[in-house]
Design a protein around this ligand. Structure first.
Ligand SMILES: [Zn+2]
Ligand SMILES: [Zn+2]
Length: 185
C-alpha cells in the first residue's frame, strides 16, 4: 500500500518535472521564433531602406548632372556674348579709324583747293543734271544723295549738310551726335 503511494507520488513528480521542462522548451522555442521573425523583418526593412537611399542617390546624381549641363550652357552663352562684345568693340574701332581716315582725306582735299577735286566726295551736291535715286536720296532734303551715317544710331539717311544740321535722326528719332561720312565709291 505504502510503496504504491510512493510510486504514484514519484510519477506525479516526474510528470510535473516533464511539464515544467516542456513549458520551458516551448517558451524557448517561441522566443527563438520571435527572434528569427524580428531578424527577418529587420532585414527586409534594411533592404527597403537601402533601396530608397539608392534611389535618392540616383536622383541626386541626375540633378547634379543636369546642373552641370545647365552650367555648361550658361558658360557657352557667356562665351558667345563675350565674342559678340569683342566683335562690337572691333567694329567700333574700325568705324572710328574710318572716321579719322575720312576726316584726313577731306582735310587734304580742302587744302588742295575747292571745286575741282571734291566732286567724288559730294558727287550729287548741287548738280541739277544728276538725278538722285530716290532710295539713296537724303531723308531730310530729298535732293542730295545720302552719304552720312548718323551716330550713335548708325542710320545712313542724310546728305552731308543735313547730317550736320539735324538734331534727330529722321528714321528713328535718336539724337544725332556726330555724322560719319561714307565715301560712295
Ligand atoms: Zn539733305
Ligand atoms: Zn536713326
Amino acid at each position: 500500500m505504502a510503496s504504491k503511494d510512493i510510486q504514484r507520488k514519484r510519477e506525479e513528480e516526474l510528470d510535473n518535472l516533464l511539464r515544467v521542462e516542456q513549458g520551458g522548451r516551448m517558451k524557448r522555442e517561441l522566443q527563438e521564433r520571435s527572434r528569427r521573425h524580428n531578424m527577418e523583418l529587420l532585414q527586409t526593412l534594411n533592404h527597403q531602406a537601402s533601396k530608397l537611399i539608392k534611389q535618392k542617390d540616383d536622383q541626386l546624381q541626375q540633378a547634379n548632372q543636369k546642373n552641370m549641363e545647365l552650367q555648361a550652357n550658361v558658360n557657352t552663352v557667356q562665351t558667345e556674348v563675350d565674342a559678340w562684345k569683342n566683335r562690337a568693340m572691333a567694329g567700333r574701332a574700325i568705324v572710328h579709324n574710318l572716321h579719322n581716315e575720312v576726316e584726313k582725306a577731306t582735310k587734304k582735299k580742302e587744302k588742295k583747293g575747292e571745286g575741282s577735286s571734291s566732286k567724288k566726295m559730294e558727287s550729287s551736291v548741287g548738280s541739277n543734271d544728276h538725278v538722285v535715286d530716290p532710295a539713296r536720296a537724303c531723308k531730310v532734303c530729298t535732293i542730295r544723295e545720302t552719304c552720312m551715317i548718323l551716330m550713335p544710331c548708325r542710320h545712313m539717311c542724310c546728305c552731308r549738310p543735313c547730317a550736320h544740321a539735324v538734331k534727330l535722326c529722321p528714321i528713328c528719332g535718336a539724337a544725332n551726335r556726330q555724322g560719319l561720312h561714307v565715301a560712295m565709291d
